[in-house]
Design a binder for this molecule. Structure first.
Ligand code: SAM
Length: 227
């Protein structure tokens, strides 16, 4: 890294605490402090790897207020790493704001490669992985219809994050916009004991989940429009 000021972005496990690279652990160990979402969650990871570095809360509620303070610390020579509860920061998690502000302040970004839920989900789906788009979470209210409409003619595979409570509503909406025969896959609890990949048409997935008490974390991948 040629620039002297750096913000480290460190991906953390999405379920299995062993899914973290040697370089990520080394970078965390060498940090003056680590920005994280929930200190209780990140403490478990740090204690597993005997990392004794202060954790500082940095979540969507306070990132606007505190970002400049951390930028100043980096410019003052401190080594700071950003992690989230799970996966890669800035991917449906806090991070974008501090990355943008760091670049404005001539601080280089060093995002290490590592865990994120979307990549195993697209690969496990068996749907085309040549080209795909990541939609993150579809808005619950405002903008939901517009976003779903924008997917109608999408030819690439589509990756969406969703919570178990809302998956039926999403599948129902996807059936309305994309048709019940569209192929899809739901990856549940990736890297955890009860990991499963459920593949079928949107209608088959809907029927499978209907009246079930769905638990855990989910990613849905939908085939692109092949017509
Ligand atoms: N930053 C994370 C990443 O890089 O994937 C995403 C964080 S976002 C707040 C949480 C969402 O990611 C969940 O609702 C789910 O859609 C997905 N997710 C995270 N861990 C998962 C897992 N183990 N299995 C399936 N989906 C997961």
């Amino acid at each position: 890294m040629s620039k002297s000021y750096v913000l480290n972005i460190i991906p953390t496990p999405i379920g299995n605490l062993e899914d973290i690279t040697f370089r990520s652990l080394d970078t965390l160990k060498k940090s003056d402090y680590i920005l994280c979402e929930d200190t209780r969650v990140s403490k478990k990871l740090l204690s597993k790897y005997n990392i004794d570095v202060p954790l500082v809360s940095f979540h969507s509620y306070n990132e606007h207020k505190t970002v400049q303070k951390h930028i100043d610390q980096i410019l003052d020579g401190k080594t700071i790493s950003l992690i989230s509860d799970a996966g890669t920061p800035s991917i449906s998690d806090p991070g974008f704001l501090i990355v943008r502000e760091s670049i404005i302040n001539d601080i280089e970004i060093n995002c290490l490669p590592g865990p994120t839920a979307l990549i195993p989900a697209i690969v496990n789906s068996g749907l085309s992985s040549d080209r795909f788009i990541f939609e993150g979470f579809i808005p619950n209210k405002k903008g939901r219809t517009k976003r779903l409409k924008s997917l109608v003619d999408e030819e690439r595979s589509i990756i969406i994050y969703e919570s178990p409570k809302k998956i039926l509503r999403l599948l129902n909406n996807l059936i309305s916009f994309l048709g019940e025969k569209r192929k899809a896959s739901v990856s549940r609890e990736l890297s955890k004991i009860y990991q499963e990949n459920i593949r079928g048409t949107l209608k088959e997935l809907y029927d499978k989940f209907e009246n079930k008490n769905i638990k855990g974390e989910l990613v849905i991948v939908i085939d692109g429009n092949k017509n």
